[in-house]
Design a protein around this ligand. Sequence first.
Ligand SMILES: NC(=O)c1ccc[n+]([C@@H]2O[C@H](COP(=O)([O-])OP(=O)(O)OC[C@H]3O[C@@H](n4cnc5c(N)ncnc54)[C@H](OP(=O)(O)O)[C@@H]3O)[C@@H](O)[C@H]2O)c1
Length: 284
Amino acid sequence: VTARVHISGSTQLAAVIGHPVRHSLSPALHNAAFAACGLDWAFTAFEVAPDQGEAAVRAIVPLGIRGLSVTMPHKDAAAAAVDELSPAAAALGAVNCVVNRDGRLEGENTDGDGFVASLRLDHGIDASGMRCVVLGAGGAARSVIRALGLAGAAEVAVVNRTPAPGTQAARLAGPAGRAVDVEASPSIIEAADLVVNATPVGMDRPAVTTPRTPIDPALIRPGQIIADLIVHPRRTQLLDEAEARGARIVPGLGMLVHQAALAFHLWTGQPAPVDAMWAAVKQT
Ligand SMILES: NC(=O)c1ccc[n+]([C@@H]2O[C@H](COP(=O)([O-])OP(=O)(O)OC[C@H]3O[C@@H](n4cnc5c(N)ncnc54)[C@H](OP(=O)(O)O)[C@@H]3O)[C@@H](O)[C@H]2O)c1
């Protein structure tokens, strides 16, 4: 059932900005959450041109919009536009959530915490003490690398096609972080407790056709945890191969739901109705 939004003169507004934004799951997630909590809030999506990110973020002050979710390509622009950055947003140089506190804009980044929350709350997995491998060093990878370091991972090995961003990203995990060459990665992947795909390899996208998995599935062993941040499709070939080999799988939708739950809490001050958010997103 789609959440029905009644908009009046006193309805509070939050929104997502992105380009493209048409397929964003955020409106479904947040309108369901507002409805579940009986809040007179509504959530919409704004298609914002690539060079208009900073202007769009600043515009929420005069408009009185209470908060923004920020998606590609505006996360860096949002970091430049806000008045204050949380420690995560400052370390990552990227903002995925803006909170309008009476005209003062706070920039947050809830992606990495969303991933760790999904591990813990959806799958009962505690990353502390784990040997982790993160594939990729882009925005999503960086947030996960930092969050795994803070969660107490014993090791966060970053494997990236291009070495320099991999080395930089690995530093975000603190002493647990290290960059690993693609050539040296198979033995580390085999030995890892948790492997996270943070590359787009495996997405439903014509441009990414081969390979369909970011690692050789033969490296996966029973009992390992294989996470994929991709949400289109909901279940990638990597996750199918992992499950067939007896690994535990963590699909990307959980990170999306929990980063949104953290944003909901920051905007409204209320605990997020995570079950209602899951129900809404499962219908999409
Ligand atoms: N579940 C969620 O809530 C969530 C949130 C954010 C993102 N995501 C997903 O996470 C994925 C990455 O997003 P992003 O924003 O981090 O992208 P990004 O900033 O563009 O980073 C992409 C990363 O993947 C690597 N890469 C790209 N194509 C590759 C290939 N063919 N082979 C090997 N490595 C490749 C890039 O390596 P180079 O440095 O060598 O270019 C880079 O490290 C996407 O699928 C996105 O949909 C999910």
